[in-house]
Every structure is written in structure tokens, then in C-alpha cells.
Design a binder for this molecule. Structure first.
Ligand SMILES: [Zn+2]
Length: 666
């Protein structure tokens, strides 16, 4: 599932509890602009320069933009809900008891200190007690049930070639650094990061006391797993991760790890998908080559790394020093209440989401959002019909797929029932692990069953949106259907530039480098003629080259192939929203407002959702791992490709926002 910052509806999805933050009449944030620079020189700076200057990165963030601003507002609302629910009272509902006591247990730092390492002692003792490598399978199985990430992932998801059915999947995993490339790159920066990571591993293992652990063993095992892993660009092609096989075939890949025994805990099935067979072989090789002591050390580290947030402050601080400060440039940890709101959202997202929606999402919002989605879909149909580079055979298939896209707005039709999850005040660790186990069991229970397309991959307060290829649906949580994405006080031009582009972005994902490989039923199937596929690839290559030219940090360039799908969605999404604007202008003449034409307001509304500041560390991390381009290039990379932009701001050939070549798929 791929997510993306995108947003919601136009005709009025908004949350009335929040005031629109635009001081102007149209909805453009005039204070955010920097009019000392010309729009054709650097449109991002023109639209966002004032905002960037006035909004330095808070010490508890590594990146600060309009998404994070809105997320903070949502956190405040959730805090109010959770503090009220955490007061013990006889008339709390079951949902209020769960979320209130979960939050209270997280806020109980004294209790967490007093518990010390007791909650993980049982796991540490079990690992210490392993007698031979034959015991490894049972231990990894227990750790996976408790939510510890070790060696590989095991989960249910729709069969990519028969998406109506959920199947079991084995996928690469087991790393402590953010990406395989962190283990393999030879530049001094990465050698230094590896040294600091190994020191963190050594320090945290040392805090357990008792016998010494060898942090170098963790590095050896993880480096071997990294070498056997596919990189992020290879992972974008779903053909690379589809390898359906029998359990016997999986067992043959890894004689050192007893998958037959591992799978005994789930109902029997005939075949499963092994996303990366070479990874499983690599895992087998590293288990064969490692001593039992080294394997134990690796497992102990993964217990610590998985649970550091639930342990006493010394462990949280040690983990933050590396993962927050060193990797992201974040100066301080978030205050406790923010950590605990986020933790409750992670653990009991539907329960907190139910209360959030009651407080923040009005009854008419869904209908208004759907109306806007309908407008953008109309644009997409027209855009496909008019694509001169595509033959009618492929166009027919594309339109069939488009008409099968379903829309989910705000929140799920039915909430998850957490009644079987015991939540107790004073047991934060237990609460968190029980909630994680509930999710893991719920997921594995799907194996062999029909796919439930009504299920959501994000919780309602989330400031984001996504397209799901196997479900062929676009999803907009309530959290993003608010200003500045959708602003009921702003005019249509501004809202189409903001939330309209977000909707267009998600819809275009169905037809990007990944999405185009799935059909309208969500199945991995090639519905393209060879010539049309070639034309698509050539057009895509234009974006790859364009974005590779962008540099977020001196010496670092964006990965054009990693960011291709998102860049294609950004570029396509804005065209779809712009087509909707032109139709709106035919019906109703919009005049100048705040000194800008409707077309100019559209582009400003679009650009201003991407205003952001980022630490250098975070920009580097995202250039390696994030399929999304940074805000600056999401704006300038897109408007450079649009004739409508040049016309709106009277840009001339040779100006920076008017390149010699422009790229276009959708
Ligand atoms: Zn996206």
C-alpha cells in the first residue's frame, strides 16, 4: 500500500471545529509568500518564502511543514479526548475505557521506571536459554507473535494476481538501520553512521548488565541480510516480489530455519508468496555461518530495538540519540503527552478514531468530499480519452480500471472491535504488546479468506491519504480534510489547487509506474499493448531525468526511479484538478481576488500546502528512503512542466520555471 500526503474534498469537507487559517479573502496565505522573488524564477520560494522564514523547525521535529502543522492541531484534539477518557468513572463506555486507560498507562512514567526491564525479562531469558540453532525457529516464532521484528516479516495480504483472496507472505526484514543501502554504501558518511549505530547497539546491550554482548555480531548478521535484500527501486516493480510457492518449496530455500515448524501456528494453506526468495536464501546462509551466541545477540538487540519506546527513560534516550538526533537531526524528543497520543493512535487507532470523528468530522463532509472526487474522476476520464500517445485498446482498459476505482472518505464503515484486548492502567508494556498481538492475529486470521476492501490502512486522524493497488481504491482520512488542504472559507480555485490536486494525485497512482501494472480488479496483469507500454516508459524516463537533476542537500540528488510514482502522481494530479478548475470557470466566472486571477490562485493554493523546512539529516534520510520528493521539488518540478502555469504568470522562455523540455504522462 502506498501512501501519500494528500487530501480531501472540495465542496466542503471541512471540520468546523477548526478555524480556517487564511487571513485573505480567497484563501491564499499572503503572509506565507515572498514577493521579493519572481514566480517564474522560483515558484516555491515565491509561494512559501514567508512561511519558511516565519516557521523554523521546532526542537521536537526533524521536518516542519503544513502537514506537520495540521498533525499538531489534530494531536491537540486527540489529547482533549484522551484526557477526558482517562478519568476513571463508572459511566465510561468500553471504547473510552480502552483509550483512556491506554493513554494513562503511557503517561505513567513512574510506573514504567519502576517496572524496569521486568516486562522483557521473560524474552531475554528465553533467548539466553536456546540450546542449539534448532531452537531458533520456535523463538523467532514467539518473538514475531509479540511484534518483534527479527529476520523476516510474515503477514497476510491480497494475492497480487488474485486480489479477492488474502494469502500468506514472507518478506525481507530484520534490519536496524533505515535501509539496506546504509550497510553497503562505501562513502565516509555511511561508514560513520554505521560506527554510531554499532556504538548504540553496544551501549544499549551493555545496559542490560550481566554478560557482555558483541555488537559487531549484530552488524555482521544485519549486513548479510542487507546484501540479500532487494533495494527500494527493485521493490517498486511488483513482478520482482511475486513468487508464489508451496511451503515445501519455501522450506527448500532455507533448511537452517524450519518454516514447517514456524507455520504451525497458523491455519494450513497450500501456497504462499515469498516476496524475495534470494533474501530467504541469504538468511539461511547467515544463520548457517553464525554462531549460536551471535544469533542470540542479534535477537536480544531486536527485542530491545522493538520495545525501546516502552522501557525506562534511559533506553528511550539511548534510542532517540541515534534514531532521532543522529539520523534525523531532531533536537529533542516530543513531550510525553504527544508521544502517548501517537502511541494510542498506533495501538487502538479505530477506537481513538471513532471519538475523533465524533468531535471533528461533520455528517455532511463525506458527501461533499465525494462530489469533489467525482469531478476529478471526470477529468481523468477525459485525460485518458485525449492521451494521443495511447491506442484505443489500452485506453479502453484504462477507462475500465478508472470506473472501478472506489472511494473511501473520512473513516471506516465499521470500527474494529477491541473488546478482546485487555487494557489496564499501570501496565503500559502489557497494553502495548496485547494491542500489537491483536493486530498480528487479526491479520494472520485473514489467510485464505476473502479480501475485505472496506478495511482502512490509515487511522482517521491521519494527515495523509493513499491509493491501494490491490483494492483499487483511494482513501482520504478525516485528519486531512481540513485547512489548509480543504478550507471551507477559501474559494474553489484555491481548494482545487490544494485538496483537488491531492485527490488527483491519489487517483493518478492507479496509473503510475506501479499502479499501471494492476487492472481494475486489483490484479497484477499486463493490460498494455507493447507499443503503449513503451510510450509510457519513455514518458516516465523524462520524469526520472528531471527529478534526478534536483538536489535537496549539496552533493545529494533525488533518486529519479525511487520517486517516479510520486512525481508522476504529482504531475498528473495537478492536471486533473486544473481541468476541473476550467470546467468550474465555464459555469461561474471567478474574478480577481487578493490581486490574483483564479488560475494564479489555483497554483498558489497548490504550492502552499508544500511549504516546509527540514533538517539536513532528515533531507538526507528521505533522499535515500522516501519515494516522495521534498516540498520544494514537488512544487517547482511540477509547475515547470505546465503550460497553464507559464500562461498564468506570463513566464518567458529561458526563465528557470520554463525549461527547454517538459515532461507529461497524465
Ligand atoms: Zn502518492
Amino acid at each position: 500500500m502506498r501512501s501519500y500526503l494528500v487530501g480531501a474534498s472540495i465542496l466542503g469537507v471541512a471540520l468546523t471545529a477548526l478555524a480556517a487559517d487564511a487571513p485573505s479573502t480567497s484563501g491564499i496565505d499572503l503572509k506565507a509568500m515572498d514577493t521579493s522573488i519572481a514566480p517564474c524564477e522560483n515558484f516555491y520560494q515565491y509561494a512559501c518564502g514567508g512561511w519558511k522564514k516565519a516557521n523554523p523547525i521546532p526542537a521536537d521535529q526533524s521536518r516542519w511543514g503544513r502537514f506537520q502543522e495540521l498533525k499538531e492541531r489534530n494531536l491537540e484534539m486527540e489529547r482533549t479526548i484522551l484526557e477526558k477518557a482517562s478519568h476513571p468513572s463508572a459511566n465510561r463506555t468500553e471504547v473510552e475505557q480502552k483509550i483512556g486507560d491506554y493513554y494513562a498507562s503511557c503517561m505513567d512514567e513512574k510506573g514504567i521506571e519502576a517496572a524496569g526491564l521486568r516486562p522483557i525479562r521473560r524474552m531475554l531469558d528465553a533467548i539466553a536459554g536456546l540450546q542449539s540453532k534448532k531452537d531458533l525457529t520456535a523463538e523467532v516464532s514467539r518473538l514475531h507473535e509479540d511484534g518483534v521484528d527479527a529476520f523476516f516479516g510474515f503477514f497476510a495480504r491480497p494475492d497480487q494476481k488474485d486480489s479477492a483472496i488474502e494469502i500468506a507472505n514472507v518478506g525481507q526484514g530484520g534490519l536496524g538501520l533505515p535501509d539496506r543501502d546504509y550497510y553497503l554504501k562505501t562513502e565516509p558518511r555511511f561508514a560513520e553512521l554505521r560506527k554510531q549505530y554499532e556504538e548504540t547497539v553496544g551501549k544499549m546491550l551493555g545496559m542490560l548488565g550481566g554478560r557482555g554482548y558483541d555488537a559487531a555480531a549484530v552488524m555482521r548478521i544485519e549486513t548479510a541480510l542487507a546484501k540479500a535484500s532487494l533495494d527500494r527501486v527493485a521493490l517498486r516493480n511488483p513482478d520482482n516480489t511475486y513468487h508464489k510457492m508451496t511451503v515445501a518449496e519455501l522450506e527448500a530455500l532455507s533448511p537452517e530455519f524450519d518454516f514447517h515448524q514456524y507455520l504451525a501456528r497458523v491455519p494450513k494453506f497450500g501456497s504462499l508468496n515469498v516476496s524475495e526468495p534470494d533474501f530467504v536464501k541469504g538468511m539461511n546462509a547467515v544463520i548457517a555461518a553464525s554462531s549460536l551466541e551471535d544469533l542470540k545477540t542479534y535477537l536480544v538487540w531486536h527485542v530491545l530495538a522493538s520495545y525501546a519506546e516502552l522501557l525506562p527513560k534511559a533506553y528511550r534516550d539511548a534510542a532517540f540519540a541515534f534514531y532521532g538526533k543522529t539520523l534525523r537531526g531532531q533536537k529533542e524528543q516530543q513531550v510525553r503527552w504527544k508521544q502517548c497520543v501517537n502511541a494510542t493512535d498506533d495501538a487502538l487507532g479505530d477506537a481513538l478514531g471513532e471519538k475523533f470523528v465524533e468531535a471533528a468530522f461533520s455528517g455532511t463532509s463525506k458527501q461533499r468530499a465525494l462530489a469533489l472526487v467525482g469531478e476529478i474522476e471526470k477529468s481523468m476520464a477525459k485525460d485518458i480519452e485525449e492521451a494521443h500517445w495511447m491506442t484505443s485498446a489500452t485506453k479502453d482498459q484504462a477507462l475500465t480500471k478508472l470506473h472501478r476505482v472506489t472511494n473511501k472518505i473520512g473513516y471506516p464503515d465499521k470500527w474494529k472491535n477491541y473488546s478482546s484486548v485487555k487494557i489496564e492502567r499501570g501496565d503500559y508494556f502489557g497494553n502495548s504488546v496485547r494491542a500489537a498481538k491483536f493486530e498480528i492475529r487479526r491479520n494472520l486470521a485473514k489467510i485464505g479468506k476473502a479480501t475485505d476492501k472496506s478495511e482502512w490502512g490509515m487511522t482517521p486522524p491521519t494527515v495523509n491519504a493513499y491509493y491501494s493497488p490491490p483494492m483499487n481504491n483511494i482513501n482520504f482520512p478525516a485528519g486531512i480534510l481540513q485547512p489548509p488542504f480543504y478550507n471551507p472559507k477559501a474559494d474553489d480555485a484555491v481548494n482545487l489547487g490544494a485538496i483537488g490536486v491531492v485527490i488527483g494525485h491519489e487517483l493518478t497512482h492507479g496509473f503510475d509506474d506501479q499502479g499501471r501494472r494492476f487492472d481494475g480488479k486489483g490484479n497484477l496483469r499486463d493490460w498494455w499493448t507493447a507499443a503503449d507500454a513503451k510510450a509510457f516508459e519513455e514518458r516516465a524516463e523524462c520524469f526520472v531525468k528531471e527529478y534526478e537533476g534536483f538536489s535537496p542537500v549539496p552533493g545529494v540528488h533525488l533518486n529519479g526511479k525511487l520517486t517516479l510514482g510520486e512525481n508522476a502522481a504529482d504531475n498528473g494530479g495537478i492536471h486533473l484538478a486544473y481541468m476541473a478548475l476550467l470546467r468550474a470557470l465555464e459555469k461561474q466566472m471567478l474574478t480577481k481576488a487578493d490581486g490574483f486571477t483564479p488560475q494564479q490562485r489555483f497554483f498558489l493554493g497548490f504550492a502552499q500546502i508544500w511549504c516546509e523546512n527540514s533538517t539536513e539529516e532528515s533531507a538526507r534520510l528521505r533522499a535515500m528512503t522516501d519515494p516522495h520528493s521534498p516540498g520544494e521539488f514537488r512544487v517547482n518540478g511540477v509547475v515547470r512542466n505546465m503550460r497553464a502555469f507559464r500562461e498564468a504568470f506570463s513566464c518567458k522562455a529561458g526563465e528557470p520555471m520554463v525549461p527547454a523540455n517538459s515532461c507529461r504522462i497524465w
